[in-house]
Design a protein around this ligand. Structure first.
Ligand code: DLL
Length: 393
């Protein structure tokens, strides 16, 4: 499978470390060896500087504004210079190439266009690679299917939950030419990957990113190995820390991802704490890329549920549900606190015995929950980031 920028993406690791050290010194005046002693940058500092307080260039040098989705409080504003947009397009072009795209491939982008980085990010990457982009954005799902059929897209880009919403409207999968999907922007599991792949008959890869660091394409999976998302380490230096102590954790161990931007001009960050939990490996990959790979995001530092003393991430519940025959990949977790203790109701679509699901959750996760198995189409469908947890506490 062709690699978009092989001179960078397959760079021997010692050379890569030199490149990173040089860029870190130039941007921040910090030696690579001294990085771990530097203070962290946080989302709340970015919020306090709303909207433009942390810009390192005059606003007139910025050619684009985006914002984080703002599901947890006020949106944070980010800005890009022309060079920032070019690096971002490179990263997304790498992602599309890693998913098997090349010049001439029809790419259907059904991430939202607008302040959200998903749509325009993948769009620019597809153009950069020379693909033919269908800028469908989100919504009007029947029309999405029509466009997929009529224009023959081979690659679909959207959130995994929106992919399932689109799949609901596909009447004849044989009319589609999709071979890969580039899915991200929300947590999803291997079980969800299998569900999406089955629904469309495509190969699904993970793409990760966040507006504060850039947008989609901070890291992305290769279709050959599908064994973790390659971090674009020439642009982003990745660390994994213990969220409680701030100390770094060894490769392979889960902790909070921290990124330092090595090339960004408008909004460079030293040691930005993402709140996302994952592990990192620097082992070689079958695809030939030398960049470190991240595991899936297993949760966020702020989305762990504590149900009667049992700590659980929504993704763990997803794995149990989708591992059971008869259940569909549509679910919602309702947390309430009627009398001082947290109570969890798991609502899931499908055809299974609620008590079987209940005992599976209890056996695998030690979790006591009320389970409601609902008919097809009962739960709200997502167009962007799915709302999995309804917290009524
Ligand atoms: O969601 C950027 C993006 C767009 C990524 C399209 C991938 C595809 P934000 O709206 O700022 O940016 O949200 C960032 O979303 O901190 C994670 O918690 C979550 N997230 C993003 N990608 C993944 C993923 C975009 N592949 C926040 N798996 C991040 C799990 C993800 N969570």
């Amino acid at each position: 499978m062709p690699i978009f920028q092989p001179e960078l993406e397959t760079m021997p690791r010692p050379e890569l470390a030199e490149l990173q050290a040089r860029r870190l010194r130039e941007r921040f005046g910090v030696d690579l060896e001294a990085l771990a002693q530097q203070p962290f940058m946080t989302k709340s500092r970015l919020r306090d500087a709303y909207p433009f307080g942390l810009l390192r260039v005059p606003l007139s040098d910025c050619v684009r504004i985006h914002a984080s989705s703002g599901t947890r409080g006020k949106a944070t504003i980010v800005a890009y210079t022309r060079n920032d947009l070019a690096s971002w397009a490179d990263c997304c072009a790498r992602a599309i190439a890693a998913a098997g795209g090349e010049a001439g491939t029809v790419v259907h982008v059904a991430y939202g266009y607008g302040l959200f980085t998903g749509g325009l990010g993948l769009h620019s990457g597809a153009e950069r690679l020379g693909c033919t982009v269908v800028p469908a954005s989100v919504g009007n799902t029947p029309r999405q299917v029509q466009l997929l059929e009529d224009l023959g897209a081979e690659i679909l880009c959207c959130t995994p939950s929106y992919a399932l919403t689109i799949a609901d409207h596909v009447e004849d999968p044989l009319l589609l030419r999709l071979r890969s999907g580039i899915f991200g922007a929300e947590p999803w599991t291997e079980e969800m990957r299998e569900a999406v792949e089955r629904a469309f008959g495509l190969t699904a890869v993970d793409i990760y990113g966040l507006s504060e660091v850039m947008g989609p394409g901070v890291s992305s999976e290769c279709v050959e190995a599908r064994a973790g998302a390659h971090v674009n380490e020439d642009h982003f230096l990745v660390e994994v820390i213990d969220p409680a102590s701030g100390e770094s954790v060894p490769d392979g161990e889960v902790g909070e991802l921290v990124f330092t931007t090595l090339t960004k001009e408008a909004l460079p960050f030293l040691r930005y704490r993402t709140g996302d939990l994952a592990s990192v490996t620097r082992e070689p990959c079958a695809c030939g890329r030398t960049f470190a790979r991240m595991s899936r995001i297993v949760g966020r530092t702020d989305d762990m549920l504590i149900i009667r003393g049992v700590n659980v991430f929504p993704s763990e519940i997803e794995r149990v549900l989708l591992g059971m025959p008869g259940l569909e990949p549509h679910y919602q977790l309702v947390v309430e606190r009627p009398h001082r203790l947290d109570e969890l109701t798991v609502q899931v679509e499908g055809d299974a015995n609620a008590s079987d699901v209940q005992s599976q959750l209890s056996q695998v996760l030690g979790l006591s929950a009320t389970v409601e198995v609902l008919g097809a189409g009962s739960l709200p469908r997502s167009e962007g980031k799915a709302l999995r947890v309804i917290d009524k506490r």
